[in-house]
Write a protein that binds this ligand. Structure first.
Ligand code: GGG
Length: 356
């Protein structure tokens, strides 16, 4: 998917490092984008605030100015947030709010093995496409007291509109890959109404007006979510693009990440029709924050994924190649991958390969 790249004279990128290691890895992604700027329109960065630190200083985790500034940007990179696990009055997660505010309805996560041999085919090479706005995450929860004790209920929302639009993104991604295989994840044998609607809506995408046979070469499979997780662990190579409602997608994408060694290498984008935000899958990692040892790869790859989504393929290819050529020989790695190099050393190595 590309957003009329040729029409752009400049590329304004909002940078929201937020909390913890986000403050160390987003600067690495910024450097990677600058290293490929000859492939891009004039790049401008805007530094923006959000997160727990911002909340403790200003009383809001997502300042109005940040949201307003993002509306003037073409895209953004978000680092990581340290949301508290207990309820804190006045606090709500800025990343959840941003996805809603900017209608970033697709969470796209490619998961690729870190191969020891760059010539070999990676064992895992799949993309999880997660619907980002509905399902149980509409957070419509109620707690009542009954004669027999407390009773908690949550509403699960699945709409044809949201399922269709995530389906379209998934078909586009599958069509652009060599295997062109799309697996729809659901649990229609139990949740026949909600998951049934998701499954039907995604299946109907190739028949929509205006599609005109575009997806005829995409093979459609489907799988119940529990068996999909089982098979993901047993034979991950069977998957190409997986599309799922929000909750299943959340779980599957973390499970897939576990197959490739470290969360520190997994990128993502949150995409809508008019905006895209890159985001490393890892969190703020308070245990290593400030030590200069966080893996910058997930953020650098997120920058590449964001550029690719915008249609800047050659810039994205250059970054991805330099990352792969750093990971494959396994000589310059951070501690999460068994190495002893710092964030800056790994970043500089990648930048050096881009500039070769
Ligand atoms: N980059 C991913 C990240 O920051 N993960 C932490 C996270 O999302 N925490 C939960 C939240 O703030 O909603």
């Amino acid at each position: 998917r590309s957003m009329a790249t040729s029409a752009r004279k400049s590329l304004t990128i909002g940078l929201i490092p937020a909390d913890g290691i986000g403050l160390e890895v987003i600067p690495a992604a910024r450097k990677a984008i600058l290293a490929v700027q000859s492939e891009l329109p004039a790049v401008k960065f805007i530094d923006l605030l959000a997160g727990w630190n911002t909340f403790t200083r200003t009383g809001t985790a997502l300042p109005f100015e940040t949201v307003q500034a993002l509306k003037e940007c073409d895209c953004a990179l978000f680092g990581s947030v340290s949301s508290p696990s207990r309820k804190v009055a006045g606090y709500s997660s800025p990343i959840v709010a941003l996805r809603k505010e900017l209608d970033l309805y697709a969470n796209i996560r490619p998961v690729i093995s870190v191969s020891a041999d760059s010539a070999s085919t990676p064992a895992v090479d799949l993309i999880v496409v997660r619907e980002n706005t509905e399902c149980l995450y509409v957070k419509d929860e109620k707690l009542i007291r009954t004669d027999t004790g407390k009773e908690a209920r949550a509403t699960r929302l699945i709409t044809e509109r949201a399922s269709t639009r995530i389906g379209k993104i998934a078909f586009e991604l599958a069509k652009a890959r060599p295997r062109k295989l799309l697996t729809i994840i659901h649990k229609s044998n139990v949740l026949s109404v909600t998951d049934g609607l998701f499954r039907e809506s995604v299946r109907a995408v190739p028949t929509l007006p205006g599609i005109d046979g575009k997806f005829d070469d995409v093979t459609i499979e489907e799988q119940l979510v529990d068996s999909a997780v089982y098979r993901l662990f047993r034979e991950p190579q069977i998957y190409d693009v997986m599309v799922a409602p929000n909750l299943y997608g959340d779980i599957i994408s973390d499970a897939a990440a576990a197959l490739v060694g470290s969360l520190g290498v997994i990128p993502s984008i949150n995409a809508g029709d008019n905006f895209v935000m890159g985001e490393p899958v890892h969190g703020s990692a308070p245990d290593i924050a400030g030590k200069g040892i966080a893996n910058p790869v997930a953020s650098i790859r997120s920058a590449a994924l964001m550029l690719r989504h915008l249609g800047y393929t050659s810039a994205a290819d250059k970054i991805d190649k330099a990352v792969n050529d750093t990971l494959a020989p396994a000589k310059v790695l951070t501690a999460d991958l068994g190495g002893s190099h710092s964030t800056i050393q790994v970043t500089d190595h990648i930048l050096g390969l881009i500039q070769q």
